[in-house]
Design a protein around this ligand. Structure first.
Ligand SMILES: O=C(O)CCC(=O)N[C@@H](CCC(=O)O)C(=O)O
Ligand code: ZN
Length: 343
């Protein structure tokens, strides 16, 4: 068997910044596999269902649980153990950062979408790769069969810190469009009962798919960063199983929507690091979703003190070492699920 189809992840990592060798193969079950680049695999069933699904991992190379999940699903597709009835695009976004075992090589790829890769004078391989990935997503969504389609994108990550809520998703800014009940139920079936609602555009991959392709797209955080082989896969079994069902079943029925099963948080503050002397006012081992009260000092940025603005303001993704101008801390407050406009 061809190397790329023998072990797609290994071949991808051996061609870490891309490969111009496009490859195609039709399996005995009629499913066609097309490799557009390293890490970019389109799976096309002979009579595709109505969903166009993007599953991405390794936007950050050290977030290995999602890479293991995608690797195993891809291998099972190639060996025909996993059926696929909807067009699916797998993206292993930043293989060079996997090889390095780090979040990124030169620049955080998840700040480079929606054209941010071309802002300013900087040039690097992550920028080039982000630009190519945008084009692959565009090509995938825009070459779908005629008729009403549902576009989906789950961008799988893990968090740097421990979290009081182990699995959670970021719902990118919808520009006022209602939130989707079925998507909240899908996330819940993945074991993700906690969802953070962004209140403004970002340059993340999931927002790109929401904003440019009207997809239901999410950043999904599946636990904590660990090296390959050290993930407790039983903790992500529901996510893996539900993703497998998504690509192989016509539609998923989760029964009636139960608001009390979903824990929804709304963005309160996004604190960007603007100065070299930036520090968080809590220890490195303080977990995501730790709650602060109004007036508590959260961070110092140069001469400015930044405080919690609400009681019950929870900290997410604290990272004092981000590049200047980037998000060093997100804070969120709980909102009742019933308060959301849902479709
Ligand atoms: O744990 C952390 O600090 C970061 C984990 C991670 O990579 N999260 C994503 C979230 C993207 C989003 O806000 O939709 C990121 O920071 O890129
Ligand atoms: Zn990540």
């Amino acid at each position: 068997m061809n190397k790329a189809f023998e072990d797609f992840l290994a071949w991808t990592c051996a061609n870490e910044w891309g490969s111009e060798e496009t490859q195609k193969k039709t399996l005995n079950n009629g499913v066609t596999l097309s490799i557009w680049d390293s890490g970019v695999l389109e799976v096309s069933p002979p009579k595709p269902g109505k969903k166009d699904i993007v599953l991405s991992c390794a936007v950050h190379g050290n977030e290995t649980a999602p890479i293991e999940i995608c690797r195993d699903i891809i291998n099972d597709i190639i060996t025909e153990k996993q059926t696929v009835i909807h067009r699916t695009l797998f993206l292993i976004a930043n293989p060079a950062s996997i090889n390095k075992g780090e979040r990124f090589v030169e620049e955080n790829m998840n700040r480079l979408f929606s054209g941010a890769h071309s802002n300013g004078k900087a040039h690097n391989k992550e920028r080039e790769r982000a630009a190519k990935i945008e084009q692959y997503v565009k090509r995938f969504y825009e070459t779908s069969p005629e008729g009403e389609r549902e576009r989906l994108h789950y961008d799988l990550h893990t968090a740097i810190r421990d979290s009081k809520r182990e699995k959670f998703a970021v719902y990118p800014f919808t520009h006022g469009k209602p939130y989707n009940k079925h998507q909240l139920q899908f996330l819940l079936a993945c074991g993700v009962d906690t969802v953070l609602l962004n209140q403004a555009p970002t340059t993340t991959f999931s927002y790109f798919s929401v904003n440019e392709f009207n997809a239901h797209a999410f950043t999904v955080e599946l636990g904590k960063v660990r090296p390959f082989g050290e993930n407790d896969r039983s903790k992500f079994a529901a996510a893996e199983q539900t993703l497998r069902r998504l690509i192989s079943e016509d539609s998923l029925d989760f029964g009636s929507f139960e608001p009390n099963k979903h824990f929804i948080f709304k963005e309160a503050q996004t604190i960007n690091r603007m100065n070299e002397d930036f520090e968080l006012n809590f220890a490195d081992d303080v977990a995501n979703f730790t709650s602060f009260d109004k007036g508590d000092l959260l961070a110092r940025d140069g001469d400015e003190n930044l405080y919690a603005q609400h009681d019950g303001e929870h900290i997410i993704f604290p990272n004092a070492k981000v590049a200047l101008g980037q998000r060093a801390l997100l804070t969120v407050v709980r909102v009742p699920t019933e308060s959301l406009e849902l479709e």
